[in-house]
Design a protein around this ligand. Structure first.
Ligand code: ATP
Length: 455
């Protein structure tokens, strides 16, 4: 993990937030390469979940919503984490997290979702779990801590102007169900997806970008007929898994964790998390849930607006069931980085390489003049390609060093313009993973790259 964090900082993927002011704990800024990576992940998600899917459409709803939304969704009443304090040093923890960590250290991967506060407190006592900070074993009782970020709208700061930053993007989709249905003229089954920022006042953020208070989500709410929900749940679970594998995530790096009956939310018919093997242990990457008709029914009840769907053939009316695959963009970006990171021995030399899928690589290729004497021609080539692809240009240091620099940031192809290029109008293209080189005509380069970068 330290290697990935160091690489992210030194090469401009991710910087600590507000660094010149000493930072702000657990905030991160994406640098030039990180911004490209994130954009590419969003594009890959949008392409497969929205653009290529005839059933699905996109949305971009507001972060600030009418507070009644959060009463209906259950976030005001129930979006809490179990907070526990160390009596000695006052350090604060999430009770479920310290238990799961304890189990993880004992070689047991287990979730305590669904446990009551009493169960957690007695487990901590019985197992003699110690405070991470001071080693003492005395904890307070558990208090429920609401994760919603509060702010005020307008010029006065009283409870009537209190609003919240959304803790998930999903509710923006539910409140627009009717609008989208009417304007897109979709029929059930259909889905609405969106990508955007969410905010949660996490008790213990950390593990780099894995858990932060501000993060981006990519969520799809897929509406279907009641009774067909499990079929669609299985479909989307498989679809999500394949999306990761198609983007080079190793099969051994992920696993599915099915929520058992006791762990399921009261409204859910089925939930499975796709977990990723982070260097600090398995962690949830993607939650796929069958949310039944819970959300639309809640919003119907609270808003007074009928959110039923009428089958155009039978005229039968019903509240659709909803399958929700919810993915954290920052979390999956970290997973892609960790999974792609490799240190290899090449003829006694070590090379660091990010084997990112070409679709995700910040730069698709780098144009490298063999020497500075070939600068003008190489720059011309860069200009021609840069209109089509994200291309880096580098003329400093030996060609070997420049290859290594590109390997380190995951650039799949290095294009070297050499002295022969003037004669044969061709360049050498080096493949990041195999390190093999081939001679390609300059006029064929665009098609060559297009072919290689197909997604
Ligand atoms: P966790 O158990 O890790 O807190 P959760 O079950 O609360 O996650 P969901 O509400 O299902 O998470 O959110 C869907 C997805 O959003 C998660 O799978 C994760 O990828 C992402 N996510 C949630 N909270 C955070 C966070 N604080 N920082 C980064 N990503 C997050």
């Amino acid at each position: 993990m330290e290697e990935v964090v160091a690489l992210c900082k030194s090469r401009g993927f991710i910087f600590p937030g507000s660094e010149i002011y000493g930072g702000l704990a657990n905030t991160w800024d994406y640098g030039p390469l990180g911004a490209e990576l994130k954009r590419n992940i969003k594009d890959a998600w949008w392409k497969k979940f929205i653009q290529e899917n005839p059933n699905n459409v996109g949305l971009d709803s507001a972060i600030l919503m009418n507070p009644e939304t959060w009463v209906a969704s259950g976030h005001i009443g129930g979006f809490n984490d179990p907070l526990i304090d160390c009596k000695a040093c006052k350090a604060r923890f999430r009770a479920d997290q310290i238990i799961e960590e304890h189990l993880h250290n004992a070689g047991k991967e287990m979730s305590v979702e669904g446990w009551t506060n009493e169960e957690m407190v007695s487990f901590i006592k019985e197992e003699g779990i110690a405070c991470d900070k001071c080693g003492k074993k005395e904890f307070t009782d558990i208090r429920q801590f609401n994760l919603m970020f509060k702010t005020f709208q307008g010029v006065t700061e009283d409870s009537s102007t209190e609003i919240f930053l959304r803790p998930e993007t999903a509710q923006g989709i539910f409140v627009n169900f009717k609008n989208v249905l009417r304007t897109s003229r979709k029929k059930i089954p259909f889905g609405i997806g969106q990508v955007g920022k969410s905010f949660r006042n996490e008790i213990t953020p950390g593990n780099f970008t894995f858990r932060t208070r501000e993060f981006e989500q990519m969520e799809l709410e897929f509406f279907c007929e009641p009774g067909k929900d499990i079929e669609w749940f299985n479909y989307w679970l498989e679809f999500c898994k394949n999306w990761l594998l198609d983007l080079n995530i190793k099969e051994s790096s992920i696993k599915l964790r099915k929520h058992e009956k006791e762990e399921l939310s009261h409204y859910s018919n089925a939930t499975t998390d796709i977990e990723f093997k982070f260097p600090f242990g398995w962690g949830e990457l993607w939650g796929i849930a069958d949310r039944t008709d819970f959300d639309l029914r809640q919003h119907s009840n609270h808003s007074g607006v009928d959110l039923e769907y009428q089958n155009p053939h039978t005229n039968e009316k019903y509240v659709p069931y909803c399958i929700e695959p919810s993915l954290g963009l920052d979390r999956v970006a970290l997973a892609f980085l960790v999974d792609a990171y490799e240190e290899e021995d090449v003829d006694g030399d070590q090379r660091t390489v990010l084997k990112l899928h070409p679709k995700l690589a910040p730069y698709k290729a780098a144009v490298l003049p063999l020497t500075k004497k070939l600068k003008d021609e190489a720059e011309e080539l860069f200009k021609n390609l840069a209109g089509k692809f994200a291309i880096d240009y580098d003329e400093r240091a030996s060609i070997g060093k420049r290859y290594r620099r590109q390997d380190e940031i995951g650039t799949p192809f290095c294009i070297t313009y050499d002295f022969d290029s003037k004669e044969d109008h061709a360049v050498t293209v080096r493949d990041r993973d195999t390190m093999e080189q081939e001679r390609i005509k300059i006029e064929d380069l665009e098609t060559y790259l297009e072919e290689k970068l197909k997604y």
